[in-house]
Ligand binder design. Sequence first.
Ligand SMILES: [Zn+2]
Length: 264
Amino acid sequence: MISEIKYKKQICEIGKRIYEKGLVAANDGNISIRLGDNEFLITPTGVSKGFMTPEMILKIDGQGNVLDGDYRPTSEMKMHLLVYQERRDVQAIVHVHPPYATAFAIAGIPLDQAIMPEAVVYVGTIPIAEYGTPSTEEVPNAVKKFVHHHQGVLLENHGALTWGKDLEHAYYLMESLEFTAKINWISKQLNGDRDLSKKHVQTLVKMKSKMGIEGNTPLGADTSEGIHAKKITPPLESSLSENDLNMIVDRVTKNVLDEFKKLF
Ligand SMILES: [Zn+2]
């Protein structure tokens, strides 16, 4: 199947990028793509994601049975399958251990501080899913409550997970998430992580509808200018209403103030 080979190559290409960008070390991380209702491509365990070849990629079903491939699938596949199960619109998932975002996950600080327009509009708030023992049902269970209203989560004391409408989208969300965490950290060293005002955040949220994205979307969208303009596709549709958005804006503002009080 031509598209299957194409997707396997794309997984290898993204694997190279996550490895070279230092989002993972050694054999860490995993990537998957939805092929159909009950068929998925997923990366193997015990292999560096920077040096994969297409024949290493496995085909599995929704229960995690291997349909095709000689390697063993990642032990973290349950959290991938949970996201696909809960979100029929999700086509690809990236899981890595990005240093800055993971440090936030370890410190117990969610990425919900409205400090940069791109982060507010494109990535949205990234909550922390409570710690689960790797490879057990605890991990998907912890992710489950966030999967419908976010584009990714931090995994407590572990790493980060993003999902998207295609693999490039999921990858760019991860890149932006880590970038936001990094800037957030650096600005804290300068004692200067001043948040955007509630009014500014609301303006950004409203911009999304003007960008031709109909219906309800998460706190994330393509901007017509800026660093993501050319490569990023619009976010997935989700069930956020105007009320939900206002609630999130209120919560972001409150969290910013709370975190600020804690830190200084
Ligand atoms: Zn992991």
